[in-house]
Design a protein around this ligand. Structure first.
Ligand SMILES: [Zn+2]
Length: 205
């Protein structure tokens, strides 16, 4: 699926992940892999978020009109860029904090990594979680940084913050694709993949 070279930390997580999977299978669970390749995740991300972005832009102009001039130049642009880049780190942190609330080991179950080949940071949870716990952790960054900030921009009539929010919904496209993939797994145990996009699910018949 993915031929990138794993970091030592990822190798370690891979070993743990295999042991945990084997343990669950021994308990009578059936394992199904629901991971994406990075390329497929990106294609799906664009497909899922594109209609949301269009709707968000139309809603903004419908509510606030198009008469205010949009200026994002000089230091404003720099601020936009810096907060957006910081937002990427905060995005991963929100995944971690949300999952840690549900995980038995708390924040110790959470790990962060970086796929250098794809310039993609990620967060992963080493404990299997029930559907709603896993799904909440997947969705929370896009909900807060994307939808939340967009709504602030919408009601404050700020083009810049509305755009910032929409770009974060776009950045959360991979997460939305994962959510779409697991939507019928309400009764499964979901274990986040330690170094790929997506998760494996465990079902007991
Ligand atoms: Zn994410």
């Amino acid at each position: 699926m993915d031929d990138r070279k794993l970091t030592p930390a990822e190798e370690k997580r891979k070993t743990k992940f295999k042991a945990l999977s084997a343990e669950l299978e021994q308990q009578g669970y059936q394992k199904t892999d629901l991971c994406f390749s990075v390329t497929k995740a990106n294609v799906l991300a664009v497909a899922v978020t594109f209609p949301i972005l269009i709707a968000g832009i139309l809603l903004f102009f419908w509510k606030n009109g198009g008469s205010n001039s949009f200026s994002l130049s000089g230091w404003r642009f720099l601020l936009f860029l810096i907060t957006f880049l910081a937002g990427i780190a905060v995005h991963e942190l929100i995944h971690g904090i949300t999952w840690s609330i549900f995980a038995k080991k708390g924040f110790k179950a959470i790990d962060f990594g970086f796929m250098a080949k794809y310039l993609t940071p990620y967060c992963t949870c080493g404990e299997p979680l029930p559907f709603w716990s896993y799904a909440t952790g997947i969705l929370m960054p896009t909900l807060i940084l994307g939808v939340g900030v967009y709504l602030v921009g919408l009601f404050a009539e700020s083009y810049a913050w509305a755009l910032w929010g929409l770009l974060n919904i776009f950045a959360g496209g991979g997460d939305l694709a994962v959510l779409w993939r697991i939507r019928k797994r309400r009764k499964s145990l979901l274990l986040d993949h330690p170094y790929q996009i997506g998760c494996v699910v465990f079902d007991k018949n």
